[in-house]
Design a protein around this ligand. Structure first.
Ligand SMILES: [Ca+2]
Length: 195
């Protein structure tokens, strides 16, 4: 009986080894030819005088509003600095959020925002020190970064520079929850000309 069992056991062992070998070779081949993720395909965004949105101090917001850091490396279109954005959600129309901008010294500065567009983002008014600078419709059928949003040149001092976002409505094509906002970061660029 043992003479007939030994070859059978050997067949089993050889079979197990063969399956293991196919698994190992297949795993290595998959690793070598796997498609890179969207973030691996993209060049990093490098901008001088850039501050990530999550590094800004939230000076004021309504209690119900959620402000969280969201990774963007699974988004398939475009590039975000640091592969993340500050995501503002649970928003109702007329809600606002205010940030303090770190200004190193009294001077003229060009302020440029980098935002996100999406199918459920709102229309927002942006103010610098109570001065309305832009009104942006952040609706898009896909999730994508905006072009640079120029807020103009401002004479600013370290003691007080407030950047305010207030939601004023939404595009008719927007989908629920309609009013969200994504901020990649802000560029605060010193300039020598008068504002
Ligand atoms: Ca970012």
């Amino acid at each position: 009986m043992t003479e007939t069992k030994e070859p059978f056991v050997m067949y089993i062992l050889e079979g197990v080894f063969l399956v293991f070998l196919i698994f190992v070779v297949g795993s290595i081949a998959y690793y070598l030819i796997a498609e890179p993720t969207p973030s691996e395909l993209r060049e990093p965004k490098i901008i001088a005088n850039f501050i990530e949105a999550q590094e800004l101090e939230v000076a004021r917001k309504v209690d119900s509003m959620n402000v969280t850091v969201q990774k963007t490396d699974t988004f398939e279109n475009g590039v975000w600095s640091h592969d993340d954005q500050l995501f503002i959600s649970n928003v109702s129309v007329t809600d606002s959020v205010t940030f303090s901008l770190p200004i190193p010294e009294e001077s003229n500065y060009q302020i440029v925002l980098y935002l996100t567009k999406s199918y459920d983002y709102g229309e927002w008014v942006i103010k610098v020190n109570d001065l309305e600078t832009r009104r942006v419709d952040l609706f898009s059928t896909i999730v994508e970064p905006t072009e640079p949003v120029y807020l103009g040149m401002h004479h600013l001092t370290p003691s007080k520079t407030i950047l305010l976002f207030e939601v004023v409505g939404h595009n008719t094509k927007a989908r629920p929850p309609y009013y969200q906002l994504g901020i990649d970061g802000v560029e605060i660029k010193p300039v020598n000309e008068a504002p």
